[in-house]
Design a protein around this ligand. Structure first.
Ligand code: BGC
Length: 758
């Protein structure tokens, strides 16, 4: 016993004394800023230069001599991208890097539920940890400015408030696991076409009111540890080293203390990178480097070229030390955390999270009764949910029912452990309801049969050489014999669709789908169209088609989630995060002919002036009455009905320091449990500057059993009443009368109340 005590005491003494000898930078009891300074003081010039640029496609070095591990980033934003070869985009062929694909961010935004964003971030963080990644390259919050945008599916829609409220919990969830977010692409990266050459010209007002708020929220509220500079230019300067965006707005005004990471290959100039706030250079091609050059990384703008300039005395180490401090801070937040967890991959909880987010994000766009030709009129009830119990045969049509959507689309492409396809998901859900149901399939059209990306292949052939007429004839024939037809169409992740690198060429459905839809609905009026995309498409046939569902790119649980909505196991509650224009010309950017911009003679730069200014999305269609959208921002139907009472406010007037709360009672007036999103828009009745008709300033999703009533309260303050005044370069809340509008979409306002700002 005595020996044991002596041993223990000895051990404690040893631990205490070795602790005492711990250098400050390793001593967890010391404040982080002190540890940073200590580490910095021990680093050589070469070590400092090394940590501010890549050493491989997705990693940058730590400081081996001091015990800092390498820093691994990875895309992002919908799942953890498979490992790639050291210096190539091709996947490395590991067998342990399959992941869960979460719904694309448009679908997350469509949940209008910040709790889903938190769940998303946490689950993704756990997957990233297990895969050894310390930074996820996401989330993306570029504003949906045109439905042609190739990467809209990776973003959170058109509205700054909605994107802000959804991005913050995503970041908090991710970072709660010790994995850094890298919010992208900062800023004004609204087109994919010519993304390296577009110079955006935008008013300060539109910049601050529309394009920056979600980034600002990500930094000031979400406390994101990383942000990615965008490829494009603003004020004639590339955004990865843009003095206004990085030094002034991000670092000075928003007090960002994390790292600015260049988009891959987005750095173009050593001097600008040194001075204008870039901290970590990734993916560059410099000096005409070719793939696999052995010393490629040494030739990065912030590698040897920078070091030589320091050695020649052109720069002191002040800028370098500031960058390194930020890198070290990031290490302490991630790789150097004492409580770093191991995480886990492909767990049931992650699949459940993916499923729940998907279910809440799927949007029921239209749900009428189908025409009943035998009776010469329409059936009594809405077509959806499909009454599987009473049916004998359901026909599924369309390439998107059998095409994997997690592979392709650019950097967000994944290698999943599983992706339940719509056809498979529907079969299993329908058979669980009616074991005798027959589910038939017809391809209907052939789109793009390529199903591989950077070496990740799908393993299921979509090859079909039959001519379009034959495919259509087969589908139509089968449709006649079915009780109901469900077509899964839309876009895919191929070039010039929902894909990085290019925008769509037009807003229409590709591959002859419009003709197919017309033929199918004529053959069988009990026809449902499920649109798989991250963007709006034109629907010239909408009046004839009774039911339309927006199915997004939902990832691993796609088939199950959509089937559960189609069959009524889940009551849809998603709402559109963008305006669904009926024609491209109804979108401000196109109406004013500002897209894609004007090439500068001989300079390789295309100037794109955002002439629609702050009038993006519903702000445009509200003002241009002729541009009535097919589906308004915030629209989404349910299988139940909701009644909203009259909105009440807790005061009639307020000062700029006060808050005001609006309350409305919501009742589920139907027979099915479900959720409704109460939306609060504010209208400035008189102001010195023109303002949008109304703007979203708050929302809340509420779940109600049939017959249940709940009060929903939304509180706003001065921010919700302010506009950005270019002349004073600040936000202004002008005294006067305002109106609060409560509704369930931007075109369904149920009641209003006025109040005064003193
Ligand atoms: C994309 C980024 C991505 C990076 C790394 C770039 O091409 O724009 O969003 O994170 O590649 O894959």
């Amino acid at each position: 016993m005595i020996r044991k005590i002596t041993f223990l005491t000895g051990l404690l003494l040893v631990t205490a004394s070795s602790k005492a000898q711990l250098p400050v930078y390793l001593d967890e009891s010391k404040p982080v800023e002190q540890r940073i300074e200590d580490a910095l003081s021990r680093m050589t010039l070469d070590e400092k230069i090394a940590v501010i640029h890549a050493q491989s496609k997705f990693s940058s070095p730590g400081i081996k001599r001091l015990g800092f591990p390498d820093f691994w980033t990875d895309d992002g934003p919908h799942g953890v991208r498979p490992d790639v070869l050291w210096d190539e985009w091709e996947q490395a062929g590991q067998t342990n890097d399959s992941c869960v694909a979460f719904p694309a961010l448009t679908c997350l935004a469509a949940t209008w539920n910040p709790q889903m964003a938190r769940l998303y971030g946490e689950s993704l963080g756990e997957e990233a940890l297990y895969r050894g990644k310390s930074m996820i390259l996401g989330p993306g919050v570029n504003i949906y400015r045109t439905p042609l945008g190739g990467r809209n599916f990776e973003y959170m829609g058109e509205d700054p408030l909605l994107a802000s409220r959804m991005v913050v919990p995503y970041i908090q969830g991710l970072q709660s696991k010790g994995v850094a977010a890298c919010v992208k692409h900062y800023a004004l990266n609204n087109d994919e076409e010519y993304r390296h050459q577009v110079n955006v010209i935008v008013s300060d007002r539109a910049l601050h009111e529309i394009y920056l708020p979600a980034f600002k929220a990500a930094i000031t509220e979400g406390k994101a540890w990383g942000i990615m500079g965008a490829y494009n230019l603003y004020q004639n300067q590339h955004n990865c080293h843009n003095v206004t965006l990085l030094n002034k707005i991000l670092k000075e005004d928003w007090k960002f203390d994390g790292i600015v990471v260049s988009d891959w290959g987005g750095c173009h100039d050593t001097d600008e990178a040194v001075r204008n706030g870039l901290d970590l250079e990734m993916g560059s091609w410099t000096d005409g480097l070719v793939m696999g050059a052995t010393n490629a990384y040494d030739r990065y703008y912030m590698a040897l070229p920078y070091k030589r300039l320091i050695q020649r005395g052109v720069y002191s180490t002040a800028e370098l030390d500031e960058k390194v401090r930020r890198i070290l801070r990031t290490f302490y937040r991630t790789t150097m955390r004492g409580d770093r967890q191991i995480g886990f991959l492909c767990s049931e909880s992650h699949y459940e999270a993916a499923r729940e987010i998907a279910r809440q994000g799927i949007v029921l766009l239209k749900n009428d009764a189908a025409a009943d030709p035998s009776k010469g009129k329409s059936a009594k009830s809405a077509l959806l949910p499909v009454d599987v119990k009473s049916m004998k045969r359901i026909l599924i049509v369309g390439e998107n029912a059998v095409k994997m959507m997690t592979v392709g689309g650019g950097s967000s492409s994944l290698k999943v452990q599983r992706e339940i396809l719509p056809l498979d998901g529907f079969k299993s859900v329908a058979r669980s309801i009616n074991p005798d149901i027959e589910i038939d399939f017809a391809r209907g059209y052939v789109g793009d049969t390529v199903q591989s990306y950077n070496g990740v292949t799908v393993g299921r052939s979509l090859y079909d050489i039959r001519p379009a007429s034959e495919l259509m004839a087969e589908a139509v024939e089968k449709a006649r014999q079915a009780d109901c037809v469900i077509m899964f169409g839309g876009l895919n992740k191929s070039d010039y669709q929902d894909c990085e690198g290019h925008d769509r060429k037009n807003m229409d459905l590709p591959y002859g789908q419009n003709e197919l839809i017309e033929a199918l609905v004529a053959a069988n009026p009990r026809f449902v169209f499920v649109n798989i995309s991250g963007n709006a498409v034109t629907m010239p046939w909408l009046i004839k088609v009774p039911a339309v569902v927006q199915g997004w790119f939902i990832g691993s649980e796609s088939g199950t989630a959509i089937a559960s909505v189609l069959t009524g196991q889940v009551n849809p509650s998603g709402k559109l995060p963008f305006t669904w224009y009926s024609r491209l010309e109804d979108c401000g950017a196109h109406a004013l002919g500002t897209y894609p911009g004007t090439w500068r003679e001989g300079e390789g730069i295309i100037d794109e002036e955002y002439k629609e200014d702050i009038y993006v999305g519903y702000r445009w269609t509200d003002r241009e009455k002729s541009a009535k959208p097919l589906f308004a921002f915030g629209h989404g139907l349910s299988y139940t009905t909701f009644g909203l009472g009259k909105v009440r406010s807790d005061r009639e007037s307020m000062t700029a320091d006060d808050e005001i709360t609006f309350t409305v009672s919501v009742t589920n007036t139907g027979k099915t449990a479900g959720s409704e999103v109460v939306q609060l828009y504010i209208s400035d009745l008189k102001s010195s500057l023109p303002r949008p008709v109304k703007e979203l300033k708050g929302f809340e999703k509420v779940y109600l059993e049939p017959g249940e009533t709940k009060d929903v309260s939304i509180t706003i303050g001065r921010d919700a009443l302010s506009f950005y005044d270019d002349t004073v370069q600040d936000w202004v809340a002008e005294p006067g009368m305002f109106e609060a509008l409560i509704g369930t979409s931007s075109d369904r306002i149920s009641s209003k109340t006025r109040f005064r700002l003193e």
